[in-house]
Design a protein around this ligand. Structure first.
Ligand code: ADP
Length: 471
């Protein structure tokens, strides 16, 4: 089968969060299973596009309202990522370093989607499946199903995967003219609560909708930032598939971002060496348990509570624990976390920013990873932590609920029910007890390193979905 994935992010081309990891891995494993999966992302002005070689395979023009843009399709020359990678370069809109958060994101991602469909049309491509990811590619199913100029594509099945239902890409009907002409009778397929909602449109128009974990699908029927009723109505075509992890990238035995590689047999010494190295970099005490957090510093992740969680934990257990934070996001949270470095020198530190290599070193060197998320569609951090022998401390929500079982219930992690300072601190106390129970602590770390969350297994589930649509 020929499958085209279209997305705003793809690791290592452009990454903000878990969406990139999924789009950078799933196509590779689909190809290993004998299919032909390709990835299409915008051509950002970033490190990856500067350091790699591309050939121009198509050029065209697109109309966005009154404006005309030219676009170029660039193909990465070597296929070294394990799939064909295509960048859609639209100079006025995408030659910028960041993926999101520009005022004209509506224009940027609408143009990206129109350019994609124009390219398919002008080169007579009819793939077996088009797999769209999140709201940035949410208008594709609508245009393929309802815009007369793309009629020839309306037999091609489209799939939407919801990685995060909070963000929906809303814009007003005053920008309707950005889209190709459609009959007014079709506008209901674009609209939700009186405005154009690309995520809602994709939920209505895609042939199949998947979420990145089964529990997240259940939760969306109750809490989906306004889309609850729509998701309940469309439930028969929805399915939750838990994300996998790319074992070629996330393997402590071969990870070249680590100073010291290890596997399950050398876990104890391997993790100690990585912990010592990490503690030296951040002025922490390697003889004490190391609690960490990696992620976007936003409310969804419970990050607003982190300053208080940390200060209570460090005050209650003076010189008995370390905490290290890696993240960026809300400026108040960044400020609060930075301030704490003055009060708990030697036991606390924070790196405010995005640092892929440091994330790998933390997964390897930490004892525990905190994830007090309010919303977690799947969560990859806990899966990486498991693979690296770091015990996750999670709030039971979404994918965290599906992947982490509490040690008290015969499992291997530490779970709590609320995103509250009290619940997280109670879990930290339990974690300190486990750390001091050396035999049990080591046994747990060995167990978690061997849990299989590989894409090899998960890719097969996607193939079954694709095949069900081809019948
Ligand atoms: P989300 O996509 O909601 O941010 P996920 O858990 O699905 O959350 O994926 C987060 C990914 O981003 C993981 O690969 C994680 O290691 C990475 N990540 C998040 N914040 C940072 C950061 N500040 N530095 C390095 N990696 C980060």
């Amino acid at each position: 089968m020929e499958i085209i994935h279209i997305s705003a992010e793809c690791y290592p081309v452009a990454k903000v969060g878990g969406l990139a990891d999924v789009v950078g891995a799933l196509p590779k494993y689909l190809n290993q299973l004998g299919h032909h999966a390709k990835v299409v992302v915008p051509g950002y002005d970033n490190k990856f596009s500067k350091e790699n070689e591309f050939e121009t395979i198509h050029q065209g023009q697109l109309r966005l309202g009154w404006f005309t843009f030219s676009y170029t399709i660039l193909k990465e020359k070597t296929n070294k990522l394990g799939f064909e990678l295509y960048l859609i370069a639209i100079p006025e809109l995408f030659d910028r370093p960041n993926v999101y958060s520009y005022e004209d994101d509506t224009e940027r991602f609408t143009a990206f989607q129109v350019a994609f469909l124009n390219w398919l049309t002008e080169t007579n491509q009819t793939p077996d499946i088009i797999h769209c990811h999140d709201h940035h590619t949410g208008l594709i199913s609508f245009m393929m199903s309802h815009a007369p100029i793309y009629q020839h594509l309306n037999h091609v099945p489209t799939i939407l995967t919801i990685h995060n239902g909070q963000y929906q890409g809303w814009f007003g009907f005053d920008k309707l003219h950005y889209l190709p002409q459609v009959s007014s009778s079709r506008l209901g397929f674009l609209e939700w609560n009186g405005i154009i909602n690309p995520l809602a449109s994709a939920i209505k128009c895609a042939w199949k909708v998947t979420t990145v974990s089964p529990s997240y699908l259940d939760e969306l029927s109750e809490k989906a930032n306004g889309l609850e009723n729509l998701l309940r109505f469309e439930r028969p075509k929805c399915l939750g598939i838990l994300n996998g992890i790319d074992n070629e990238v996330w393997n402590p035995k071969t990870d070249d971002m680590l100073e010291f590689n290890y596997d399950v047999k050398t876990l104890s010494t391997g993790k100690s060496k990585n912990k010592k190295y990490l503690c030296e970099q951040f002025n922490l005490d390697p003889t004490k348990p190391l609690f960490t957090f990696i992620g976007r510093l936003v409310g969804e992740k419970g990050a607003d509570l982190l300053p208080e969680i940390c200060s209570i934990a460090l005050s209650r257990n003076p010189n008995e624990i370390n905490i290290l934070i890696l993240g960026s996001g809300d400026s108040n949270v960044e400020h609060g976390l930075t301030q704490l470095t003055h009060f708990y020198k030697g036991n606390y530190n924070a790196y405010i920013g995005y640092n892929e290599k440091l994330a790998h070193i933390i997964y390897a060197g930490a004892d525990y990873l905190l994830m007090p998320s309010r919303v977690e569609p799947c969560g990859l951090n806990q899966l990486y932590a498991l693979r690296y022998g770091t015990i996750p401390i999670v709030r039971r929500t979404g994918g965290l609920k599906d992947t982490v079982i509490d040690i008290g219930d015969g499992g291997f992690g530490i779970c709590h029910d609320q995103t509250s300072v009290y619940d997280v601190n109670y879990s930290i106390t339990r974690a300190i007890d486990l750390y001091n129970d050396v035999k049990n602590f080591d046994k747990t770390r060995k167990t978690i390193m061997q849990i299989d969350h590989s894409w090899e297994k998960v890719a097969q589930e996607y193939i079954e979905v694709y095949q069900s649509l081809k019948k």
